[in-house]
Design a protein around this ligand. Structure first.
Ligand code: 26V
Length: 833
């Protein structure tokens, strides 16, 4: 910091001059790590474990973020710049050390600094716990967005929950998934700053009192029966080139009254703790939301807890600077990451109307102008609704507000001439039926927002046609598309340094700042020298993955075989079982004609099943059963191997994706809202085999039909099948190959220890094939044989691979965030360098 800058910042705001904190030479970094080891970790070099070295290194890196953090904060505050608040119940962050080092440009210097101490940076990388505060795509998207918002200098806060236990750790025992708790905080978290002074009271339960006023409508006051405190923990999020630093603020629950002293003093020590345990349960564990219909009360408590804490925080910030909340939409844009934080719409109304005594109509205008809502799934079982009695008990004032919002919304429609009862029913926030009223959170979020977006072009179209059809007809300009993206810093630069080095060499270093420059690679796609380099880099990545596979599963894989990858949550709509049935068909074909020149393949699966999702767990077992049978069969002679890699997480994805040749994106068309793994894999040079679903459609448009393998029913054809019937009997009868595969699985060929294991599973596929696995099977098998043919033509394969990397620059989350900033948030972004 220069003297001028310090003076401009004001008295007392400068950080201490301390080269150990700010210098970035190799010597500075080495000195800083040693100082942290001694004074923050409390260890000497000879006693330091790898974990101690990791903590010392992370703390030294963190010091180098703080200056930028404070500068960013001051600049935003002084300028009165509009802020973005990204509210998400999930942030699937993964590890942060390489993100920080990469974006600060310190990776090489730190590697050298540590090696002088006999410490290996890549070993420390593996020691960092993987922060899995999310289930899958939605949570990872939030993490990519945080990094892109920092990169584009969009002043933003991420708001979420600091779960003590992230997504469960998956252990595969005898082929079955087992879940174990993942306490990622047990050895401390060097990235966060606890802010015990930033704490808000969050109420639950109780009653509402109506207070008459002199003139005009009565006032309402909520008297909660229970109070939980939300305490802030801040993690700085540094953008590319370290210019701008934002805050991820996660809330932890603390009992308002930590101990019931009366009970304690009477000797009931356990009873005295009960309230505390109940309060603090709120931030204990991430809900595996792909699992149970999240009907549990605890989940609703989590949603309100973090929405209310975040709103109090941002309203307090606003009122510190401005005398009124009337200009809130000019200074704050709140994005709802799915409906999980949608109760915030109601909470803001309560703040404006009950606490700030603002007239209802004005409050509603401000609320709508402030909120945007992103939808991430159309699957009916995943659309959130809450029973009215539960809402009424937990949030009585909110339920009143919801009824009034709904009544006014429906009145307006009736006044405008809408009398169709079916339409009114469909656009009502309250669902009737099954003997119980429920609050439809998607409708609430829609009504309470000025913009609603889907996450791929197809998904957004389907939103307009299906779930939000009637709302879209009433408010035709509200729905817009924002195709997802991924941060190239993590998914290219950090995950695949070998490919990155080639790209920088061929296209110049500006490609790191401007992904559209990847396009320049297309001109060289046929160049044998470039192909050889790309291929060698991929081979090294495959060797590295092979070592992980051997260590974790004992299976040896051939780096020259095609690595065929399906990595994502296990779900019937994602159709890992379609892939497994094709694997069995290929196995049968190899055994029938072992003399043929089969293209060697390694099929790699990874992903977690929701703990209560029986069929998904059976699919994992099937993958392991098929793997064991095929890998042990000498007739296959290594030309086909199958691997299920346990405990898929962000860090494992970073190792698998750079080693992929083929990317499996084979969901039932219309069911995968976007997918983002598809983008990561294509960027790293994998060819996609996929359906016309989610963002696959847009990947195909960009890479071109010749560089992707598309197969299967379209979303429209799937909808048609759902209308006309799903019996697969005729399909199976018409496909001897499919019939043979199903018979083998059903009769126990892969489960000799329990021959009936897959009988019901296969039977269900034949009776009511909701996910159209059988309908797409032949087309998928044929597409896979086209993959084999291309793999044999090496020049053609690597040309395609290069074209994929060249043409997917558009899927950078910087582009996505630029679109949100322009079309939804109305905030400027920093120009690309
Ligand atoms: C939730 C549930 C819960 C109940 C059982 C079935 C089920 C199925 C899916 C989900 C996912 C909920 C939201 C979600 O994670 N969506 C994902 O969002 C990603 C980022 O936009 C997107 O790329 C994925 O396609 C989409 O599935």
């Amino acid at each position: 910091m220069t003297t001028e800058q310090r003076d401009a910042a004001g008295p007392g705001t400068a950080l201490p001059e301390d080269h150990l904190r700010s210098g970035s030479s190799v010597d500075d970094l080495r000195g800083a790590v040693l100082a942290k080891l001694a004074y923050a970790v409390g260890k000497t070099q000879p006693d330091a474990s790898q974990r101690d070295w990791f903590l010392a290194t992370a703390l030294a890196v963190r010091d180098r973020i703080v200056q930028g953090w404070q500068n960013s904060y001051r600049a935003t505050n002084a300028g009165g710049t509009k802020r973005v608040y990204y509210m998400s119940l999930e942030f699937l962050i993964g590890r942060l050390m390489f993100d920080a080092l990469t974006n600060l440009g310190l990776t090489d210097a730190m590697r050298e600094a540590l090696s002088g101490l006999g410490v290996d940076l890549d070993t420390l990388r593996e020691v960092e716990p993987d922060a899995a505060l999310g289930n899958g795509g939605l949570g990872r998207l939030a993490a990519c967005f945080m990094e892109s918002m920092a990169t584009l200098a969009v002043p933003a806060y991420g708001y979420g929950i600091r779960y003590e236990n992230g997504l469960f750790r998956q252990v595969v025992k005898d082929g079955w998934q087992q879940e174990y708790p993942e306490n990622w905080l047990s050895f401390g978290n060097p990235w966060e700053f606890a802010r015990p002074e930033i704490a808000y009271d969050i109420g639950f339960g109780g009653h509402v009192e109506t207070l008459p006023t002199e003139a005009g409508p009565p006032r309402y006051e909520w008297f909660p029966s229970e109070t939980v405190e939300a305490v802030a923990y801040d993690t700085p999020v540094v953008g590319w080139r370290g210019q701008h630093v934002n805050t991820l603020r996660l809330w932890s629950a603390r009992a308002g009254d930590p101990l019931r002293l009366d009970a304690f003093n009477q000797g009931d020590h356990v009873g005295a703790m009960a309230d505390r345990v109940r309060a603090e349960a709120i931030s204990k564990v991430l809900y595996p939301s792909d699992a149970t219909p999240a009907g549990q009360e605890l989940r609703l408590r989590q949603e309100y807890f973090f929405a209310a804490a975040s709103l109090q925080d941002l309203v307090r910030r606003h009122l510190k600077k401005y005398p009124t909340l009337h200009n809130l939409p000019d200074k704050a844009a709140i994005q709802l990451n799915d409906t999980h934080p949608a109760i915030a719409v109601v909470e803001l109304m309560r703040i404006l109307v009950d606490l700030q005594t603002m007239p209802w109509a004005e409050a509603w205008e401000i609320t709508q102008a402030t909120f945007g809502y992103t939808n991430h799934t159309l699957l009916p079982e995943a659309l959130e609704t809450w029973p009215v009695p539960l809402m009424e008990r937990l949030l009585p004032r909110h339920m009143q507000i919801i009824y009034l919002v709904n009544a006014l919304h429906l009145d307006k429609l009736r006044a405008a001439g809408q009398s169709d009862v079916e339409v009114l029913r469909s656009v009502s926030i309250i669902a009737e039926g099954w003997g119980q009223q429920r609050v439809k959170m998607g409708t609430l979020a829609f009504i309470g927002s000025h913009r609603i977006n889907g996450v791929s072009a197809l998904h957004t179209d389907l939103m307009r046609q299906t779930v939000f059809r009637d709302l879209n007809a009433l408010y035709p300009d509200r729905i817009n598309n924002k195709t997802n993206g991924i941060t190239f810093r993590r998914w290219l630069i950090e995950a695949n340094p070998a490919l990155t080095a080639i790209l920088v060499d061929v296209l110049g270093p500006a490609v790191l700042d401007d992904p559209s420059r990847l396009e320049g690679l297309a001109a060289h796609a046929g160049d044998p020298a470039l192909q050889a380099r790309i291929r060698a880099a991929k081979r090294d990545n495959k060797l590295a993955l092979g070592r992980i596979i051997a260590a974790r599963t004992g299976v040896q894989v051939d780096p020259d075989a095609l690595f065929d990858i399906q990595i994502k949550r296990i779900h019937e709509y994602k159709r890992q079982h379609l892939n497994l049935l094709e694997t069995v068909a290929l196995y049968n074909a190899i055994r029938a004609e072992p003399w043929r020149d089969w293209a060697p393949r390694v099929k790699i699966f990874a992903g977690k099943a929701a703990a209560s999702y029986h069929t998904a767990k059976l699919i994992i077992k099937l993958a392991n059963d098929v793997a064991r049978t095929i890998n042990d069969d000498p007739t296959v002679r290594g030309r086909l191997k199958v691997v299920f890699l346990p405990n898929y997480n962000v860090s494992l994805a970073e190792r698998i994706i750079p080693a992929a040749d083929l990317s499996e994106q084979i969901s039932t068309a219309g069911m995968e809202a976007s997918g983002t793994g598809n983008m990561k894999l294509a960027l790293n040079g994998a060819l996609t085999i996929g359906t016309l679903d989610g963002a696959n459609v847009e990947i195909k448009e960009r890479v071109g039909d010749d560089n992707i393998f598309i197969f299967g029913l379209t979303a429209e054809q799937v909808a048609e099948r759902h209308r006309t019937g799903l019996s697969a009997r005729d399909t199976i009868a018409a496909s001897p190959r499919l019939a043979e595969v199903l018979e083998a699985v059903s009769s126990g060929v892969f489960s000799p220890d329990d021959t009936g294991r897959y009988k019901d599973f296969v039977q269900a596929l034949s009776d009511n094939d909701h996910f159209l696995v059988t309908a797409d099977f032949d087309a998928y098998y044929a597409a896979q044989r086209q993959v084999d043919a291309l793999w044999r033509d090496e020049a053609a394969w690597w040309r395609c691979s290069i074209m994929n990397t060249a043409r997917v620059g558009w899927f950078s989350s910087d582009r996505t965030i630029g679109e949100y900033a322009r079309d939804i948030w109305n905030v400027p972004v920093a120009a690309a360098e």
